[in-house]
Design a protein around this ligand. Sequence first.
Ligand SMILES: [Zn+2]
Ligand SMILES: [Zn+2]
Length: 319
Amino acid sequence: MRAMILRRPNAPLETADVPIPRAKEGQVVLRVECCAVCRTDLHVVDGELANAKLPLIPGHQIVGRDVQSGARLGVPWLGWTCGSCRYCLAGRENLCDAARFTGYTLDGGYAEYVAADARFCFAIPDAYSSEEAAPLLCAGLIGFRAYRMTGDAKRIGFYGFGSAAQILAQIASSDGREVYAFTRDGDAAAQEHARAVGAVWAGGAGQRAPAELDAAIVFAPAGPLVVTALSHVGKGGVVVCAGIHMSDIPSFPYSLLWGERTLRSVANLTRQDGIDFFARLKTLRVETERKRYALEDANEALRALREGEIVGTAVLEIA
Ligand SMILES: [Zn+2]
Ligand SMILES: [Zn+2]
């Protein structure tokens, strides 16, 4: 099969012809139709996440068809958990000590076929094409987990308006929340996109928020934004860091945290998050802006994402 392979960090992916994976016990093999590109793929390829499996096929927002049953399934970031550690036993499998992750410690979807543990796959709703569904598998799902960490916040700031934010803005608006979108300063395209998907305000991260926020979600991997977000939320507010990697957070005065403000991260997902997320989508159709690439152009898709050129989500069309 055709696959894009990471042989070592900080090098371009190589186009390769490799054997189709065989299903081990409990696994299904999917013929991949689409795989959306996530910022985490960049962190893996750029060596910012240590201990990636090498060589590696990246990609963890996979939609494909089970070669046995023909069922259309989605493969997310969480690929396997032990089921017996104290986190797994407490329903917090996202924190499993031995968890394996698709496109990081397991081969992913930048390929024509992928093997995945059937227990961690999700059925894809018929209302979404494979290309439409691919960004839901991480941006949507882990974004939804981050969104739920904001509780009943009315005014929510989104810092970094990319793949996850475009999905969550629609869900938050539908829930009666107000979304304030902070993009890179001067990024008119991202601000226009934010307003189009329901943000009540969009501006640059250097701008003053037009209202005191009840919560913030930091999607961009830039530590200084955490301090900015803290300075924008009112007393009792929460700042949720949704990314897996972030540059260092600068020191800041305690007064920004005082007043019972909370700063927290969100790590990975549980299968229950996915069940709840897809249930939420039964009453809301989420529309995403996407840019399509051929599998062989994965390096170009990663470059465009790194340079901030993608409005919405980059998706590899594979079959
Ligand atoms: Zn575990
Ligand atoms: Zn991801």
